[in-house]
Design a protein around this ligand. Structure first.
Ligand SMILES: *[C@@H]1O[C@H](CO)[C@@H](O)[C@H](O)[C@H]1NC(C)=O
Ligand SMILES: *[C@@H]1O[C@H](CO)[C@@H](O)[C@H](O)[C@H]1NC(C)=O
Ligand SMILES: *[C@@H]1O[C@H](CO)[C@@H](O)[C@H](O)[C@H]1NC(C)=O
Ligand SMILES: *[C@@H]1O[C@H](CO)[C@@H](O)[C@H](O)[C@H]1NC(C)=O
Ligand SMILES: *[C@@H]1O[C@H](CO)[C@@H](O)[C@H](O)[C@H]1NC(C)=O
Length: 501
């Protein structure tokens, strides 16, 4: 699965904003002449200049939810200069085309997107665009009639190069009031580059927003484990720090407050994964190990072979409450925006990525995203409320049952009998992590002898790979209870959760 957003370079634009304010002042003091040429200032034109806390509620009051979605204007392609033309909300005449070049001298070269905007309806308006390929998202805003360019120094690889050659770069028009939101979001994007810089921005981001420590451990950073000490039901927790997956998992950690991202394959992680993976073994408690029904666990595992990764419902595991799960500047509108962009970029693969899950929540069939928003409003509800409806483990999608990695492991625990009589009252898709359950070894003398080998600090679980000491807050601390985690808030930095949410 690819993540919906990825790397890009930030074009510093603050001085433009100052220019814009200056122009505004000039145009206000000469308003009689200005009005003769252009339309008077419209309230929504000034929204981008207001602080986000002010502009966002205003924008929400001016527009319906479905109007706030980015609108797809087309793709700037290499085939035909000036082929793509559209009308913006500020500039009425716009064209764009893409030129490939090899200024970087890299294997696949880069490109320049030319965008020509003209016929502004007022002096103060601006258009904000999001430019996207399946491998990166960037944005820019324009308030001067002329030709602008956007540089892509280097395509991310063969796949992106082939994609832009065939399909070009997709362009989305945003509501002008989104400016503050986009700027705030930008802090997130360096997370997705696969470099040391990407790694340090991931660490800095997690430190700042989650208060995670990331203490370096002494070498060796890989432990020689013996397979004899690993038993059915043990849990491998993995956390990645660098690259596209690293960035995606950082986001997933941030929005959900779960410090471990995945469960994965050892050989790949040791030899091929360049995301600087951190891995820990969480041995099952002996009492539970004796209860663990291997036959039932295998039956479940085999029933899932060949089924797709749980992207239908991945996001629903962290959205439990109407507003307490979105760290600013994320909110339900932005989730809808990302879904919209993604639907345009990967229609064949993503058309039903979330729509089917949203339809299930509404009890409808086949509505697309704008229709879902309209239907939600018609019922007097909101998209945020819709997202907060818990996923049901027995929901079957067009391509089968859908589980993410943690849900998969927990469902296996459920089938294997570890939840006991509570099984029918637990929806595993609602969990963003498994390590908080008190299912694991709590007697450190029984941990395998290679556990935390070489480290000076004794962790309650076995870290077997990684440069930094893994943190699993609340590890092994919670008894399962009916409807566990179905309505938990998860706001950074402390992710405090009420009892029995
Ligand atoms: C370019 O545009 C012309 C006229 O609009 C069209 O006939 C031609 O097929 C286009 N070429 C490509 C490669 O899309
Ligand atoms: C770009 O230039 C480099 C070095 O000259 C070359 O190896 C590479 O094939 C070029 N890439 C493209 C897409 O032309
Ligand atoms: C792990 O095993 C390899 C090969 O057997 C050995 O060279 C290495 O020293 C071992 N590392 C540790 C930390 O024991
Ligand atoms: C384990 O699961 C299998 C398959 O569901 C079942 O037939 C068997 O009775 C279970 N064993 C125990 C001890 O519960
Ligand atoms: C470990 O867990 C068992 C069963 O949950 C409990 O009875 C025991 O007191 C715990 N031991 C420690 C050292 O916490």
């Amino acid at each position: 699965m690819a993540s919906p957003s990825s790397s890009s370079s930030f074009i510093c634009k603050t001085h433009f904003l100052i220019d814009l304010i200056a122009i505004l002042i000039v145009s206000c003091t000469h308003s009689s002449q200005v009005e003769a040429i252009k339309a008077p200032i419209r309230p929504q034109d000034i929204l981008p200049l207001l602080p986000r806390q002010v502009s966002w509620p205003l924008l929400n009051s001016l527009r319906g939810a479905s109007d706030l979605l980015p609108s797809f204007v087309g793709a700037a392609s290499i085939s035909n200069h000036s082929d793509l033309q559209w009308k913006g909300s500020c500039f009425y005449q716009n064209t764009a085309w893409l030129e490939l070049h090899n200024k970087s001298g890299s294997e696949f070269g880069g490109g320049t997107l030319h965008i020509k905007v003209s016929n502004a309806h007022s002096w103060t308006c601006m258009d904000i665009y999001v430019f996207a390929t399946p491998y990166r998202v960037t944005w820019d805003y324009y308030f001067l009639s002329r030709e602008h360019t956007l540089e892509f120094d280097e395509w991310g690889g063969k796949a992106e190069y082939e994609y832009v050659k065939r399909k070009g770069v997709a362009i989305f028009l945003m509501e002008a009031g989104m400016l503050g939101t986009l700027k705030a979001l930008w802090e997130v994007f360096p997370l997705f580059t696969n470099t040391g810089w990407g790694e340090s921005s991931n660490l800095a981001f997690l430190k700042k927003h989650m208060g995670a420590n990331f203490e370096a451990r002494p070498e060796p950073w890989v432990t020689n484990i013996t397979v004899d000490d690993i038993h059915s039901g043990d849990f491998l927790a993995i956390s990645k720090i660098r690259g596209r997956w690293g960035g995606f998992e950082t986001l997933e950690k941030w929005v959900s407050g779960a410090y471990a991202g995945h469960s994965a394959w050892w050989n790949f992680e040791l030899t091929e994964d360049d995301a600087n993976p951190h891995i820990a073994l969480l041995p099952l408690h002996p009492d539970l190990r004796s209860k663990f029904n291997e036959t039932a666990a295998w039956e479940y595992a085999q029933s899932m072979i060949g089924l797709p990764y749980g992207y239908h419902n991945l996001i629903f595991s962290w959205i439990d409450t109407i507003s307490d799960n979105y760290p600013p500047p994320l909110d339900a509108h932005l989730v809808a925006s990302v879904m919209t962009v993604w639907n345009h970029l990967q229609p064949a693969y993503a058309a039903n990525m979330w729509n089917e899950a949203l339809n299930k929540r509404l009890g409808t069939q086949g509505l697309d995203l704008p229709e879902i928003l309209v239907e939600v409003e018609r019922r007097g509800s909101s998209f945020a409320e819709l997202l907060a409806i818990p996923e049901q483990d027995e929901w079957v999608y067009a391509d089968g049952k859908s589980t993410s990695c943690v849900a998969y492991v927990l469902e296996m625990y459920k089938e294997a009998g570890l939840f006991g009589d509570l099984a029918s009252q637990i929806q595993v898709t609602e969990f963003t992590d498994a390590y908080m359950l008190n299912f694991f070894e709590n007697d450190s003398s029984r941990l395998p002898k290679w556990c935390n080998e070489g480290d000076t600090v004794e962790l309650p679980f076995c870290q077997i790979k990684g440069k930094y000491r893994m943190e699993l807050p609340g590890y092994n601390s919670m008894d399962p209870y009916p409807h566990m985690t179905e309505s938990c808030p998860s706001l950074p930095p402390d992710y405090s959760r009420p009892d029995y949410c």
